[in-house]
Design a protein around this ligand. Structure first.
Ligand code: NAD
Length: 372
């Protein structure tokens, strides 16, 4: 009963007409930011995360403490725990699920393939099952797909109609599978499901496994960084998208997802929406320019090594067309890479307690440590 009280309190909106949102992956990068933004505008939020060690769990715990300071509870649990999800949906009448828990990262899939299947396929099914069968009324679901579904496409910018049948990694393949699974749950159970294809999201409280973050750590530590050039010699480019822009997109998608689309007991209200949107920045930047901005902000040169991109799941470039998200929920990314990286570096220096004035050239300044 104490457990029920705790999760209900966290999930209860603080404003009239507010949403009650289950955020999976809430101790993660995007999840923590979305949970904070929802809470800030008075929505009820309950987080869930398994705190796995894919990257520094101390960073996930720090995000959890930040959320706790805003009265958002993050349960330590796995999305594959069907009994727990059932208990949760019985205890709380969620209006929405923001499903962000997943095994992210393209290259790690070559080392731990089954982890991707467990979290991104089986785990997705667990969440859809619980929402479809154990919640009444059914909550509207918004979940994270990925720009990686565009795979080996070359006809950029990518629109939602472009081919997604050529994934270049197992990660991309599991996200593509998720989109097919979403179709089935929408069709059979009338679940309202919105998939969001994120494009290289970066910013404060980010993911240490991503290039901008690990490059910043290497630059500070005086360690070499490896940059890829595409097999045809062209520069690798990414449609880097700032976290605040992505959060606006996620909240916009939740707001237009509808409170519920039907109920087991009541009458159906017509076909439930099944939607998919790109959330990108629409202006790809060469990775070498991203490194140049980091060097400037950190006041230290990187020790660069450029090699031809191995066939390990990375794609040579990404570029989003976001006109559908703009049309349906006013998504307009506004943050330049310069401005966004400035925010990231400011956070990075504070979190790891780095004194930029004291960075010795090529010295051994550790960017490690668990921080706050
Ligand atoms: P993240 O790794 O920081 O967050 C994911 C969180 O989910 C982690 O805290 C992890 O502990 C948790 N998790 C993983 N498996 C779980 C499970 N089985 N049960 C419970 N919790 C589990 O990653 P992120 O960057 O915040 O990504 C959020 C979502 O967006 C993911 O679905 C990811 O695939 C997708 N995405 C991210 C990007 C990006 O650039 N950051 C790009 C495309 C798609």
């Amino acid at each position: 009963a104490a457990w029920e009280r705790e999760v209900r309190r966290s999930a209860t909106p603080r404003r009239d007409g507010g949403m009650s949102v289950l955020v999976t992956g809430a101790a993660g990068f995007v999840g923590a930011h979305c949970a904070l933004a929802l809470r800030a505008r008075g929505d009820g939020v309950l987080g869930l995360d398994n705190f796995n060690a894919y990257y520094d769990p101390a960073l996930k715990r720090a995000r959890q403490r930040l959320l706790a300071s805003r009265e958002v509870v993050v349960l330590s649990a796995d999305i594959n725990d069907a009994a727990l999800l059932e208990r949760l949906f019985a205890a709380v009448p969620f209006t929405h699920v923001l499903h962000l828990a997943a095994q992210a990262g393209v290259r790690y899939a070559m080392r731990a393939p089954q982890t991707y299947v467990a979290s991104n396929v089986a785990g997705l099914v667990s969440v859809f099952e619980a929402a479809a069968r154990h919640a009444d009324p059914q909550p509207a679901i918004v979940w994270a797909s990925s720009s990686s579904v565009y795979g080996l496409n070359t006809d950029a910018p990518f629109s939602e109609e472009h081919r997604t049948d050529r994934p270049a990694s197992l990660y991309a393949a599991t996200k593509k599978a998720g989109e097919a699974i979403a179709h089935a749950y929408n069709h059979i159970y009338g679940l309202s499901i919105t998939g969001l294809r994120f494009f290289t999201v970066y910013g404060p409280w980010g993911r240490p496994d991503m290039a901008y973050f690990s490059f910043a750590q290497s630059i500070v530590a005086g360690k070499p960084i490896t940059l890829f050039r595409a097999a045809d010699g062209t520069e690798v480019r990414r449609d880097f998208t700032y976290i605040d822009d992505v959060v606006q997109g996620c909240l916009g998608a939740l707001d237009t997802a509808g409170k519920s689309t039907g109920s087991k007991s009541g009458k159906k209200r017509g076909p439930a929406p099944l939607r998919v949107y790109n959330l990108g920045n629409t202006s790809p930047v060469p990775v070498t320019r991203m490194v140049g901005i980091l060097e400037k902000l950190l006041g230290k040169k990187a020790n660069k090594r450029v090699v031809t991109m191995p066939s390990n799941g990375d794609v040579p470039f990404t570029h989003a067309n976001v006109s559908h998200a703009a049309r349906d929920f006013g998504y307009h990314p506004t943050t330049s890479l310069d401005a966004g990286l400035r925010q990231f570096v400011q956070w990075f220096i504070q979190y790891y307690k780095i004194d930029p004035a004291k960075l010795p050239k090529g010295g051994r300044v550790s960017a490690g440590g668990s921080g706050k």
